[in-house]
Design a protein around this ligand. Structure first.
Ligand SMILES: [Zn+2]
Length: 269
C-alpha cells in the first residue's frame, strides 16, 4: 500500500522551483498520490497543468475561504497578507472556474470557513458562498477537502445541513472533542507532518477512530522541522508515528491508512 498526501500546495513557488526533486523524494518515500489543492482560479490552472504532467499528482480545485470574500474584505478597509500576486477575482469568476473544472477534479479543495482573517460582517456572505461550493461538489459527486479556522463548529453544521458525507478536514486545530464529533458524523481528518511535536495533532492521531485518519502535509507550510520547507515525502514520518501510537506494525498502519483513503476517494492511493 502506498503513502499519500491529501493536502499539498505543490504550485507554491517555493516547491514549484524544485518540482522534479520534490516529486522524486516523495516517490522514494513511498508516496503514491499527492493531492495538490488549488486556492483560486489562477492557482487552479497551475494545479491542472501540474497534474497533467505528473501521474503522482491528483488535482483538487478550490477557493480559499479568505479568497472567497477577498474583494469585499479589501473594500471594507481590512487587509490580508495574500501570497498570490495580482487582483483578487470576484466570487462569480471563481465559481465559474470551479463549475468548469469540477468534472475533471479528484476532489474539491480547499474550501471552507475562516473566521480568523475574515471580519464578522462578512461571515454570512462567506457561508453562503461555501454552501454554493459544497452543493457544486455534491452535484458532481466529488469529495471535499475543507479548511476551517476559528469556525469549525459552524462548518460542521453547514456540511451536515448540506448532506456532505465525503469530507476530509485538513489541519483541524479546534478541540479534540469536536474532532471526535466530526469523525462520529462520518467525516475524515488529515494529520499533518508536524504531529510528532504538535500536541493537538498527536492527540487527534491517538484518539480519533483509526478508520477516519488520513495524512497530509499542507506543504510548503507546517514543516516537521523549524525553518525547513515542508514537502509530501514527510508523510512517511506521520505514518510511522501513527504505527507507534496505535501499537501497530508499520505495514498494518499503512494498510489502515490506505483503506481510509479508498473509503473517501474511491481510489487506491
Ligand atoms: Zn492548504
Amino acid at each position: 500500500m502506498a503513502l499519500f498526501d491529501v493536502h499539498a500546495h505543490l504550485t507554491d513557488r517555493r516547491l514549484a522551483a524544485d518540482e522534479a526533486g520534490v516529486l522524486a523524494r516523495a516517490a522514494a518515500a513511498g508516496v503514491g498520490t499527492i493531492i495538490s489543492n488549488g486556492l483560486n482560479p489562477e492557482d487552479n490552472a497551475a494545479v491542472a497543468a501540474l497534474a497533467a504532467r505528473s501521474p503522482l499528482v491528483k488535482p483538487a480545485f478550490g477557493l480559499y475561504p479568505v479568497d472567497a470574500v477577498l474583494p469585499e474584505l479589501l473594500a471594507s478597509g481590512h487587509s490580508y497578507p495574500r501570497d498570490t500576486e495580482g487582483e483578487a477575482p470576484d466570487f462569480d469568476v471563481c465559481y465559474a472556474d470551479l463549475e468548469r473544472r469540477i468534472e475533471g477534479a479528484f476532489a474539491m479543495g480547499e474550501v471552507g470557513l475562516d473566521h480568523y482573517w475574515v471580519p464578522e460582517a462578512l461571515w454570512a456572505l462567506q457561508e453562503e458562498r461555501f454552501r454554493r461550493l459544497v452543493r457544486l461538489a455534491l452535484a458532481a459527486d466529488k469529495p471535499l477537502i475543507v479548511h476551517t479556522r476559528k469556525a469549525e463548529a459552524r462548518a460542521l453544521e453547514v456540511l451536515l445541513e448540506e448532506g456532505a458525507q465525503r469530507v476530509v478536514w485538513h489541519c483541524f486545530s479546534a478541540k479534540v472533542k469536536l474532532g471526535e464529533r466530526i469523525a462520529a458524523a462520518g467525516h475524515w481528518l488529515s494529520i499533518p507532518a508536524n504531529a510528532h511535536k504538535a500536541e493537538n495533532f498527536r492527540l487527534l492521531l491517538e484518539k480519533l477512530p483509526r478508520d477516519k485518519v488520513l495524512l497530509e502535509t499542507d506543504c510548503p507550510y507546517l514543516g516537521p522541522e523549524k525553518g525547513a520547507l515542508n514537502e509530501p515525502a514527510n508523510v512517511a514520518g506521520t505514518a510511522a508515528l501513527a504505527a507507534q501510537l496505535w501499537g501497530a506494525s508499520p505495514e498494518a498502519a499503512l494498510a489502515q491508512l490506505g483503506a481510509n483513503f479508498e473509503g473517501l476517494f474511491r481510489a487506491a492511493p
